[in-house]
Design a protein around this ligand. Structure first.
Ligand code: CTP
Length: 404
């Protein structure tokens, strides 16, 4: 491994857990940093002290640990990893993963992570061959989980056959292959806007919108995973940010524009934020009171259009400017008109009408619109939309004729 890699190792309760200590040692020898989560079963097999001593890091065990949550938080634990490795994974743990249970720290982190996950199962030969286990493995593979299958040989239970944890050196080989994914956006600077903006009315009230930041954050993460140096400029969002080079948190449209200007020059700009079109002209210094009698009337003024400004910047215009268009009717036509009006290169259009469940939801049906063509993508998770868009961006930057 040439770059320091952050590995999150989950050790579950198989007898092969002792081999995880060797795995940690070898990973560290190769320059990786290793954080470990020990399940309740895992801690029957290896001690947290042994794992902590070998990894040189604290070992995490409880979901509801006040200290751990205040120091790190399980979502950050999930997000701060380049790769999650489960070794050994018991039959029980595979079943939990396959059904999406989140009843302890390890399973919760696995649901929250956006990093690739590599699983090294280890169990009795019959347990491995059991249709229920094989069904779970198949389902997990379908979810994009990678496996390094167990080897054959004498098992701790006295039986023989497939079920032995893969050797640490082979697990390392699988890790290296996984992490050696190409980084087509290396040396590329990307700016991504995400989340809502909120526009103050008085010291306690604001106008806002229902954007969750999920799609924008996923795009920032997908670009960063492909090697881009990403600046994520986000309005208030409860969404944990992906690992990016620079994170700027803002509230208003004007702050977002200033942060975007600050992030230039950039090769790519992707404007996903749901920027408020209007702001209150004169923000009240004091809290408005009901006792004033009449319902308040607000004089509004227009906010800057960040996407249009980035697209029309004379100097420093990013080579590729991508906007989003959230529409409730005539989705493609309106989005194309927006592309022309704002002069961006691509628009990703989606239907946000009441029954689409896009705002706050996990999936999105989008159209990718360019000056020449429109592509309709199938219904995808927001992570998948992000990955697909990042691939298209990489193609376009490497080979301009690859633009759709
Ligand atoms: N956008 C922006 N700044 C604004 C408004 C929108 O950067 N002040 C960007 C959004 O991030 C998105 C695109 O413009 O990439 C389209 O946003 P949308 O809200 O769909 O369009 P509007 O410009 O608000 O147009 P309309 O109100 O007519 O739908």
């Amino acid at each position: 491994m040439t770059e320091p890699t952050r590995i999150l190792l989950i050790v579950t309760g198989g007898i092969a857990a002792y081999k995880s200590l060797d795995l940690v040692r070898r990973l560290r020898e190769r320059g990786a940093s290793v954080r470990s989560i020990l399940t309740a079963g895992g801690s029957e097999m290896v001690t947290p002290l042994a794992l902590a001593a070998l990894s040189g890091e604290k070992v995490y065990q409880d979901l509801f640990s006040l200290t751990d949550e205040s120091e790190m938080g399980h979502i950050r634990l999930a997000r701060d990893a380049d790769l999650v490795v489960v070794a050994p994974a018991t039959a029980d743990f595979l079943a939990k993963m396959a059904t999406g249970l989140a009843d302890d720290l390890a399973t919760t982190v696995l649901l929250a992570t956006t990093a690739p996950v590599l699983v090294a199962p280890a169990m009795n030969v019959q347990m491995w061959a059991h249709p229920a286990t094989q069904r779970n493995v198949k389902r997990l593979r379908g979810d994009g989980i990678r496996f390094i299958d167990p080897g054959s040989g004498d098992l701790a239970c006295g039986e023989e056959g497939p079920g032995r944890l893969a050797e640490p050196v082979d697990i390392i080989g699988a890790i290296e292959t996984l992490l050696a994914q190409p980084k087509p956006l290396h040396n590329i600077r990307a700016l991504v806007t995400s989340g809502p903006t909120i526009e103050p009315i008085d010291p306690v009230r604001y106008f806002g919108n229902r954007s969750s930041g999920k799609q924008g954050h996923a795009i920032a993460g997908a670009l960063a995973r492909r090697g881009a140096e990403v600046t994520l400029v986000t309005g208030p969002s409860v969404q944990p940010p992906p690992p990016v080079a620079c994170l700027t948190q803002v509230e208003t449209a004007e702050e977002m524009l200033a942060a975007c200007r600050e992030a230039l020059p950039a090769d790519i700009a992707v404007c996903v934020a749901a920027v408020a079109d209007w702001r209150v002209k004169a923000v009240h210094k004091q809290k408005l009171s009901r006792r004033n009698g009449q319902p308040p009337r607000y004089e509004m003024e227009e906010n800057p259009d960040i996407l249009a400004q980035l697209s029309q910047t004379a100097n420093d215009r990013p080579r590729l400017v991508v906007g989003f268009a959230a529409e409730t009717e005539d989705v493609v036509d309106r989005a194309r008109a927006k592309l022309e009006r704002k002069q961006c290169d691509w628009i990703v259009a989606n239907d946000v009408s009441d029954d689409s469940n896009v705002f706050g939801g996990d999936s999105n049906t989008v159209h990718l619109i360019t000056s020449q063509a429109t592509e309709t993508w199938p219904r995808l998770s927001k992570e998948e939309v992000a990955d697909r868009l990042a691939e298209r961006i990489a193609d376009a930057l490497v080979e301009p004729t690859a633009r759709p």
